[in-house]
Each structure stands twice: as structure tokens, then as C-alpha cells.
Design a protein around this ligand. Sequence first.
Ligand SMILES: Nc1ncnc2c1ncn2[C@@H]1O[C@H](COP(=O)(O)OP(=O)(O)OP(=O)(O)O)[C@@H](O)[C@H]1O
Length: 289
Amino acid sequence: MAVIEIHHLTYTYPASDHPALRGVSLDVEAGEFVALIGPNGAGKSTLCYTLAGFVPHFFKGDLQGEVRVTGQDIRQVRLEDWVLKVGLVFQNPFNQISGAKFTVYEEIAFGLENIGVPREEMRRRVEEVMALTGITDLANRSPYALSGGQQQRVALASILVMQPEVLVLDEPTSQLDPIGSREVFQVIRRLAHQGVTIVMAEHKVEWIAEYADRVIALADGEVIASGKPTEVLTDPRLPEYGIGISRYTAVARRAAEEGLWPPQRRLPVTLEEAAVGFSALEEAHAHQR
Ligand SMILES: Nc1ncnc2c1ncn2[C@@H]1O[C@H](COP(=O)(O)OP(=O)(O)OP(=O)(O)O)[C@@H](O)[C@H]1O
């Protein structure tokens, strides 16, 4: 059984007459890392909110179809129970920090304190997630006196400490520089290897190509492509939908039009793939000479 099962999901916000999600179907297996891409307004955040239970428990509106996580229907479970099953990480870590605690350690322990977890277990779980997210040395620092990447890892740790089965991230690296982004992607990859199911809305296609298992492209609330990152991210229709492509895909596509890309080779998404493709072409030319 897939961990996430979405069937024919159509959702319209209250006071709107245009569905934000239309006929979305999607299964995600345990430990899979799925990236959501799409232009502004495509429905990525709405899908994240739905998985996290904010739709329909907080945003009412009209929800048709089925959304299940580990077999449970989203409509049958209260939001306060659902959030223990599905953790949501927002774009801006600043919004996720409670403001009630003075140190990173206390911040991460906050959620466990609220549900009355015994002190010894709390310490063990907090130390475990700090190690996993690489922030052990920040334990006594203020959550506000950190870089963006460090702050996002604190936000992530404070969600992970609750041990959700599914982690949903809505553009978690949009405020981060390349170093911070890599830190976050590496932690996410590690979590997926440990069996956490990941759904992440993200624009950075080169990072997605490197780290995600599958990509789902949304446009105007509908799934327009779904598959392996290299397939979806080089789909020639993406620009028509206003979805950004990697600069390496764009360069190689131009080169291919001029006969300067190996004909049988898939277009690249990352720099490494581009380098391999162009050197293969060079070798083929050297042979012909
Ligand atoms: N609270 C709301 N009430 C009414 N309509 C909304 C609300 N939030 C989003 N929408 C609409 O739902 C559609 C999907 O928006 P959503 O924010 O999910 O897209 P997105 O792909 O996350 O875009 P972005 O990349 O800009 O964050 C858009 O048409 C948007 O205007």
C-alpha cells in the first residue's frame, strides 16, 4: 500500500469559482522523495496544504475525491492528530520558529514538551534529530542568530522530532543560498533513505534532478507530467506551461537544433550531465576526423 494515496482530488477555495486542484491522482511509496514543480498559481502550495490537512480542516472550501495517508482518510482525522502524521515545513523558517524559546535545543523540544513526552525520551529524540540535520553544535545558540540554512534545518528538526511518517515541504530553499539549499536537500535525501516519505514543492530543477526520485509537474491545478526527474525536467512542453527549465537543458536543446548534441542522448538537467554529453560528442567527432 502506498503511504500517500490521492484519487481524483479536486479542491476549490471558499469564495472562489476556479478549482485550485483539478482531478489530481497520485500515489507515493514509503521513503520516496517526490518533487512538485509548476508555475506560480499551479496549485503546489494547495497540494502541500491538503497533504498536511490544512485543506479541508483549516481552509474549508469544496474538496472532492480522496486523500489518504497510511490508509486514513483526511476527512476522518482531526487536524491536531493529522499534524503528528504529516509534518509541514514552510518557505520561510522564520515563520516556523515559535518565538517562545531561547535556544535551538529548547525550540526543538517544544513540540514534545507540549504533548508531555518524558524528559529522558525528549532528550534522546532532540539529540537524534539535531545529529540528523547537522545542527548539534548549534544547540545552545538562539534560533534567531543563525544563517538561513541553519534556521531552516532547525525548523526541519522541530518537525522531525515529532516523527511524522510524511514530510511535506513548500519551497523550503527559496530563501536560501546554494550552500543552505544543498544542506537542506542533503538532509531530505537522508530522511528518505530512512523511510520518511517526502513531498517537496521546489523550483530549483538542477537540485531536484540530483536528489528527487520522481517529479510531478502541475499547471493550473492539473498534473501535466509525472515520472523520473530526467524525463519530466526535459519535457519540451514545460516552457509552454511557464515552468522554468535548467540552463543546461536550454543550452543543450539549442545545441541539438544545430546538430551539436549526441542524437540518441537525453537532454541534460545538471552540469555533470551536460559535460558528459558534450564530451561524448567531441569524442565522436574526433573519431570521424
Ligand atoms: N486562500 C486562498 N483563497 C482563494 N484562492 C486561493 C487561495 N490560496 C491560493 N489560491 C488560488 O489557488 C490557486 C493555486 O495557488 P497555489 O498557491 O497553490 O499555487 P502555487 O503553485 O503554490 O503558486 P506559487 O508558486 O506562486 O506559490 C491560484 O489560482 C491561487 O490564486
